[in-house]
Design a protein around this ligand. Structure first.
Ligand code: TRP
Ligand code: SF4
Length: 329
């Protein structure tokens, strides 16, 4: 039997996951389990690189993310779900890789430059933040991942990971696998107010929202501002509810657009259809979540088990890396 290809991906624990996170990554992660051996990591050290000043929410954020993962269908029987900081070999490898990485590779990284330019409220001129992609390369290379599912913004980090792998393999012999990426090609989901979906705007629909909350959020969504009365003709192309229908009701968009333009469907009814579709997606997650809440020890067990399996894999790679660099046992 040929070895199944291996996936690694990760996410910084920043709190509850929303529908945008689900469509942009998690849904894809769930599907990939069918074909690949998957390692999914809570990147808590990566979260620290920018959020070092206040870490109080970290434990809660980690737990809620793993809960969202399991609710959404990541399956610990098939995939290794683990916490980065519990596998110290990531830090060891990142430190070693740092010896090879020329500073300009990091300084010219677009994610780095953008964060420095855009984020004023945190001081990101730190060694840790500059080294973010080196740690990410270590995360990937230490599992010899063949493929890394990521969003487009992460492509420079993947490119850097490949360059680092090539450099190490050239100097020390074939140790690492050069990873490919898979882009999740999902339409971007905006927030309920038509701006980018973001916690700080308070415009998110969370995977953990109840049916009632979803109904309320959808009923408050921004629609075509020119459509004041039900008898006014609407313009679906400027309506954020319609953007959601395109994602969640692709088969009904013509019918809904016509109904909106002819004023035969009102916004209230249109939103009801949308809320029902969202609840259809979220209902199985709610059921799994309710089940998990009844078994608090299970979550702990899943994480411990994942940490152990990741540790073993990471240690296997480091057992090759250390002697290759003549670091004596
Ligand atoms: N940088 C990634 C993000 O912000 C998170 C991450 C950390 C990651 N390590 C990784 C993603 C390794 C893929 C592989 O989304
Ligand atoms: Fe938007 Fe639907 Fe109202 Fe048209 S009917 S404006 S698509 S909510």
């Amino acid at each position: 039997m040929t070895r199944r290809k291996r996936i690694l991906s990760g996410n910084r624990p920043t709190g509850r996951l929303h529908l945008g996170n689900y469509l942009g990554a998690l849904q894809n992660w769930v599907k990939l389990q069918e074909e690949y051996d998957c390692f999914y990591m809570v990147a808590d050290w990566h979260a620290l690189t920018s959020d070092y000043a206040d870490t109080r929410d970290m434990p809660g954020n980690i737990e809620s993310m793993v809960l969202d993962w399991l609710s959404a269908g990541l399956d610990p029987e098939r995939s290794v779900l683990f916490i980065q900081s519990k596998v110290k070999q990531h830090a060891e490898l990142a430190l070693i890789l740092g010896m090879f990485v020329p500073l300009p590779w990091l300084e010219r990284c677009p994610t780095y430059k953008e964060a420095l330019a855009q984020i004023q409220e945190k001081d990101l001129r730190t060694y840790g933040f500059l080294g973010y992609p080196v740690l990410q390369a270590a995360d990937i290379l230490i599992y010899k991942a063949d493929t890394v599912p990521v969003g487009e913004d992460q492509l420079p980090h993947l490119e850097l990971t490949r360059e680092i792998a090539r450099r190490v393999n050239f100097i020390y012999g074939e140790i690492f696998v050069e990873p490919q990426h898979i882009l999740s090609r999902v339409p971007k989901l905006l927030g309920t107010d038509g701006r980018k979906m973001s916690k700080s705007y308070g415009n998110c629909i969370y995977l953990s929202d109840s049916e009632k909350t979803v109904n309320e959020k959808v009923s408050q969504m921004v629609t075509d501002p020119a459509r004041v009365r039900k008898t006014d003709a609407g313009h679906p192309e400027v309506c954020s509810v319609f953007d959601y229908h395109k994602v969640f009701n692709p088969d009904r968009t013509d019918e809904i657009a016509d109904g909106c333009r002819n004023a035969t469907i009102g916004c209230v009814a249109c939103k009801k259809i949308l809320a029902a579709s969202l609840n259809t997606v979220l209902e199985p997650m709610r059921a799994r979540r309710a089940d998990l809440m009844n078994r608090p020890d299970y979550l702990k067990q899943v994480i411990e088990d994942g940490n152990r399996r990741a540790f073993e894999e990471a240690e296997r790679t480091m057992a090759v890396v250390r002697p290759a660099l003549n670091l004596t046992p």
